[in-house]
Design a protein around this ligand. Structure first.
Ligand code: CU
Length: 209
């Protein structure tokens, strides 16, 4: 039981000092929110791992054999981060893809989880909306992104033909609002596509297979 206060306060982003008194008390029956957060810590449970078998971070961004074309692999519920509402392990814009202006972007979306998620390219400014009906770039979404899909793979392709700050967001209602998105920047200055994961330096794309 002793892990529960720490788990709860980190999940709630409340300073743990607030719970220090509680932690010293004899264990009380678990409150409903404790159970909720214990579940959230294992959000990745129940995934069909065969859907993402053999994939590594080297596959997140890879050059295509075609010129000025890049391949992205974007995996929902990659781990427990943000209650599973992450892509490739990052949420709330914690990872950033940078694409040179005019490049083709081929996206493979995978959701190994039973919880429905989806993927749509939207303007960063649209993240506060409860749902976004259309992708910003033509073709830039999985089918039926509002409905989401579970235990599924889907592919889509778009041309990054306008400079700006965008998001690869989950289209399932309210998920993007709750942090289920990573950043996508289309840049006129960028010479090559890069991916920045968390605090690490931005990395170049892996070579074409
Ligand atoms: Cu989602």
């Amino acid at each position: 039981m002793s892990f529960l206060p720490t788990l709860a306060c980190s999940a709630l982003l409340i300073p743990c000092a607030l719970f220090a008194a509680d932690a010293a008390e004899p264990a009380a029956p678990a409150a409903p929110e404790h159970e909720h957060h214990a579940d959230a810590a294992t959000a990745s449970a129940g995934r069909k791992m065969e859907l993402i078998e053999g994939l590594s971070s080297a596959d997140f961004l890879r050059l295509s054999a075609k010129p000025k074309t890049v391949e992205l692999v974007v995996i929902a519920v990659y781990n427990d981060e943000n209650y599973g509402m992450n892509f490739n392990g990052y949420a709330k814009g914690g990872a950033t893809y940078t694409i040179p202006l005019g490049w083709e972007v081929e996206v493979s979306f995978i959701n190994p989880s039973p919880v429905p998620h989806s993927l749509i390219v939207i303007e960063k400014d649209s993240l506060k909306k409860l749902q976004v009906p259309e992708p910003y770039f033509k073709g830039g979404a999985v089918p039926e992104h509002l409905k989401g899909m579970s235990y599924a793979k889907s592919r889509f392709q778009f041309t990054a033909d306008e400079v700006g700050d965008y998001a690869l967001a989950c289209g399932f209602p309210a998920h993007a609002l709750n942090g289920h998105w990573i950043a996508l920047e289309v840049s006129a200055e960028a010479k090559e596509p890069t991916l920045k994961l968390g605090a690490a330096d931005a990395k170049s794309a892996s070579p074409a297979k």
